[in-house]
Design a protein around this ligand. Structure first.
Ligand code: DHB
Length: 323
């Protein structure tokens, strides 16, 4: 079976990790304008994650050293089962970040059994130490081979996608595209946060005292926010190119990074993105951000909703119809 990840055109939803850890978070998404619900990347057992404080943002950037705080996969699947028939029902995507290959297989198998809409496998968590699997291409191949065969993916009508890290080496992008083609990965999400960054919250107070504080207990964390946009546009462009060389036009690419208004999504479409995830801007603004992006808050936003055809004419760098 060929797997398809087909959401309505231009679907916008939350990035894994943003406003999706608690059941209340998921309910907020359910009643928002988000076009799908993504969970926090989950593990076999519930986790508290890294010590607090482990998140900080200003208007431009966010930094997190969350450490996979999550309820455990069973609670997320339970939420899905309890809510799938309500009238605000939306595609439910389980983000999976098991701590071992075996854990990932177990969680994905259970997600398939539960009938989730899709699984986004996250092998790029930067906050656990060690080399994330997705940065080690041979390991990534081995993981996917094992997961695909152990879960009988070929015969399961549920798409599996990959949350990818930032690849600064073109050769890695070529090899990951080959893996995507080889194992019928239905979508890739570009990209995870920029790992191992240090942010200082620095300011001079009214009485002239300077304050320089590192907001994270763990010192370093994954960076997200507006600066990510040029990075992810480059990632998407290169992946579209690499996939098209393999004649793969069915893999959907989800833009994740630096989106805070409709124009950002249009730029993503130019380089071949199909759908859009909101991270830092969701943390900053709450779930109203979906409505703001879809309809625009002022003229400068550019329409991403009803009028989009008007600005679309020469939008696509690639003349590729995904299907
Ligand atoms: C965490 C951070 C990530 O960027 C990720 O992809 C998964 C988990 C975290 O620290 O919880």
């Amino acid at each position: 079976m060929i797997h398809q990840f087909n959401l309505p055109e231009k679907t916008i939803y939350n990035a894994a990790g943003c406003h999706c850890t608690t059941l209340q978070d998921l309910e907020d998404l359910q009643f928002s304008q988000a076009g799908a619900i993504m969970t926090k990347s989950c593990t076999l057992e519930a986790r508290d994650g890294n010590p607090k404080p482990k998140y900080w943002n200003n208007e431009e950037i966010s930094v997190n050293s969350n450490g996979l705080e999550n309820l455990g996969y069973l609670d997320y699947l339970e939420y899905f089962k309890n809510n799938r028939d309500v009238d605000t029902d939306k595609p439910f995507i389980l983000s999976v970040a098991g701590l071992s290959l075996e854990d990932n297989i177990t969680i994905i198998q259970e997600a398939f059994n539960a009938g989730v809409y899709a699984v986004e496998l996250n092998l790029s968590c930067p906050n656990l130490g060690g080399v994330p699997v997705s940065q080690d291409i041979e390991q990534l191949d081995y993981y996917l081979k094992s997961i695909v065969s152990s879960t009988n993916y070929e015969n399961v009508d549920i798409p599996l996608g990959l949350k990818l890290p930032i690849y600064t080496n073109k050769n890695d992008i070529t090899k990951v595209a080959e893996i995507v083609e080889k194992y019928d990965v239905a979508f890739i999400t570009c990209s995870n946060s920029m790992p191992n960054c240090i942010v200082y919250d620095s300011y001079v107070s009214f009485d002239g005292e300077m304050s320089i504080t590192n907001p994270l207990k763990n010192i370093m964390g994954g960076l997200g926010g507006k600066f990510m946009k040029p990075i992810v546009l480059g990632q998407i462009y290169q992946f579209r190119q690499a996939l098209s060389l393999l004649n793969n036009t069915r893999c959907k690419i989800i833009m994740c990074g630096g989106i805070s208004r409709g124009f950002d999504c249009l730029e993503g479409e130019k380089v071949g993105a199909n759908y859009f995830q909101i991270g830092t801007a969701l943390d900053i603004n709450g779930t109203d951000i979906f409505e703001d992006i879809i309809y625009g808050v002022d003229d400068a936003d550019g329409p991403f909703g009803p009028d989009i055809e008007e600005v679309q004419d020469d939008a696509d760098v690639f003349d590729i119809e995904t299907n």
